[in-house]
Design a protein around this ligand. Structure first.
Ligand code: SF4
Ligand code: SF4
Ligand code: SF4
Length: 228
């Protein structure tokens, strides 16, 4: 499956330790002026109120990755008390948090797979005191999103190399990922949990913040347009 990943934004990882696991694998005068002024003031207000353009952790069209078991987005936002207990329980420190730039999402947890994927230990769901993260008993029940491969970038598919790092990193390989010629990955959405380990370990770094395989979710940022 091919997916346009050009608009992927660089995650900033604020509020969390940095990691390096991947290295192992490597915008007529007079009234117009006044109108522009008022629009600018209104725009500034709106930015403050909504967070304006999507913050990096919203990952543009790829969507927000919430930890395993997260309720539907509106219910999640209404119930999450921003306590950080999920992150405290996370043994690989893959849970990050939105900052003030994210408006109503501020303080809520997310995963930025390009920095660190989820190992499906399921401890976050056990630790969540509000049910915002529903406890799950099996890693196969996790459904954070789906991995999507960009055929133009994957070296095993475009014929410039033989890789398979995503397959090796996948905790459900042979179910979520199988391999074809030159170890080319084939994703099976029915089994893919969206853990993002494939994205973390993908060897392709054409531009900073871009991998040949990336997790896509339906939790897209609700404030897409710059309002100024
Ligand atoms: S399942 Fe485990 S590794 Fe994944 S986000 Fe939750 S605590 Fe972290
Ligand atoms: S294909 Fe990627 S996102 Fe899906 S389960 Fe495997 S490693 Fe995780
Ligand atoms: S890790 Fe990246 S480049 Fe390597 S096979 Fe997987 S998608 Fe292709």
């Amino acid at each position: 499956m091919t997916h346009d990943v050009k608009q992927t934004l660089k995650p900033n990882g604020l509020g969390r330790k940095t990691h390096s696991r991947r290295r192992f694998f490597r915008k007529s005068a007079g009234t117009a002026v006044m109108g522009g002024f008022l629009a600018a003031v209104a725009g500034s207000y709106m930015r403050l109120r909504t967070g304006g353009v999507a913050p990096a952790k919203a990952r543009g069209p790829l969507g927000i990755v919430r930890p395993p078991g997260a309720l539907a987005e509106n219910d999640f936002l209404a119930s999450c008390i921003r306590c950080t207990r999920c992150a405290d329980a996370c043994e690989v420190n893959c849970i990050d948090f939105f900052g003030s730039e994210a408006g109503p999402l501020q303080g809520t947890p997310c995963i930025v797979p390009i920095e660190r994927g989820c190992t499906l230990c399921l401890k976050c769901g056990e630790a969540c005191p509000t049910g915002s993260l529903v406890p799950l008993s099996k890693k196969e029940d996790v459904d954070m999103g789906d991995a999507v491969v960009d055929d133009r970038l994957c070296v095993s598919i475009n014929g410039t190399g033989v890789c398979g790092a995503c397959y090796t990193a996948c905790p459900l390989s042979e179910k979520a990922i199988t391999q074809g010629i030159r170890n080319a990955p084939e994703i099976h959405p029915d089994f893919c949990t969206g853990c993002g380990l494939c994205e973390e370990f993908c060897i392709v770094d054409e531009r900073e913040g871009l991998r040949a395989i990336q997790v896509v979710t339906k939790r897209t940022w609700p404030y897409k347009k710059e309002v100024a």
